[in-house]
Design a protein around this ligand. Structure first.
Ligand code: ATP
Ligand code: MG
Length: 298
């Protein structure tokens, strides 16, 4: 299989791009793939909060040519192999995870923003090189990119280098005019050039029950695959039919790839964490797994 570069993007902010991108990357690695996850939301970086590692060098340093890529990509295998909450959950497929964090300091953001607006072609060249080097030097199966919402130089260039574009929408807060413009102006162009574009619905209403049995974390994600009954299949199935999104998908002319419900415990948790690794029996993990299947077969 050729390596795949997958970008999570949205028109509006707060749709769940970072949450899904981090969990998606971690679960892909857990399933035995070589995965790179990079934070190209240079304006409001937040991937680091899911992993809580302090890097010596940031992606910014690579992008402004003050560091080599090898010093920027951080080994994230501790998350894949040493899941303390789930010692039985070991990666036996040789999966690996590398992380590239963007610097949240305002002067660093401003510095990159200036680069981005003054030399858009340079940004694209940097990103093409970033992708090529990551795919070849780390022998990645998947490169996952988190982006800033809306139409901004870094995000559009991130979409330009990606094979699969996931336009993430938050249920109940969909600006269909803005999203339609984004699709017509940007996504359709990339689709014409071979990118695969999908709508990804997130925080779909209707699952606001505390997942009482899912927080034990005592079984592997493999047991989740295809076993919706183990997760209260009735609820999951009901979700799939409860949604009015197909209309929007037709309106926008993009196929929907997945619909992830809104889970109160994730929404109101005090800090971000990797649900798929910490609580592999959580239904959120089931949906991320389903999204992985969707992307792999799309
Ligand atoms: N399926 C879900 N159920 C409940 N809460 C969710 C879900 N997905 C994401 N969230 C929560 O929604 C909030 C916003 O998510 P996130 O930061 O991932 O969005 P984003 O699209 O990356 O935002 P931004 O555009 O600001 O970068 C977070 O508090 C996250 O925990
Ligand atoms: Mg984000």
């Amino acid at each position: 299989m050729n390596p795949l570069c997958i970008a999570f993007h949205s028109y509006k902010g707060g749709t769940g791009k970072t949450t899904i991108a981090c969990n998606f990357a971690a679960l892909l690695a857990q399933k035995g793939n070589r995965v790179g996850l990079v934070d190209l939301d240079i304006y409001a970086p937040s991937i680091q909060t899911y992993f809580e590692i302090e890097p010596k060098k940031w992606l910014n340093n690579y992008l402004n040519s003050s560091a080599d890529l090898n010093d920027v990509m951080i080994d994230g295998n501790q998350f894949v192999h040493e899941d303390k909450l789930n010692p039985n959950l070991t990666n036996n497929g040789g999966g690996k995870l590398w992380l590239g964090f963007s610097n949240p300091r305002s002067e660093e953001i401003l510095q990159l923003e200036t680069t981005g607006t003054s030399t858009a072609r340079e940004v694209l060249k940097k990103l093409i090189l970033l992708k090529e080097r990551l795919l070849t030097e780390l022998r990645l199966d998947y490169l996952i990119i988190d982006t800033s919402p809306g139409i901004r130089t870094w995000s559009i260039n991130a979409l330009a280098i990606s094979d699969v574009l996931l336009l993430t929408l938050k249920s109940g807060d969909i600006d269909s005019k803005g999203t339609k413009r984004l699709v017509d102006d940007i996504y359709s162009t990339f689709a014409k050039h071979g990118s695969r574009t999908f709508l990804l619905y997130n925080r779909v209403a209707g699952f606001c029950k505390p997942p009482k049995d899912f927080l034990k974390g005592d079984s592997s994600p493999q047991t989740l695959v295809g076993t919706s009954s183990a997760l209260g299949g009735g609820d999951l199935v009901q979700h799939k039919f409860n949604m009015a999104q197909p209309k929007l998908s037709v309106e926008l002319g993009i196929k929907a790839i997945s619909s992830i419900p809104c889970f109160c415990d994730i929404q109101f948790s005090e800090r971000e964490f990797l649900t798929v690794l910490n609580y592999p029996d959580h239904p959120f993990a089931y949906y991320v797994n389903e999204l992985i299947d969707g992307v792999q077969t799309a």
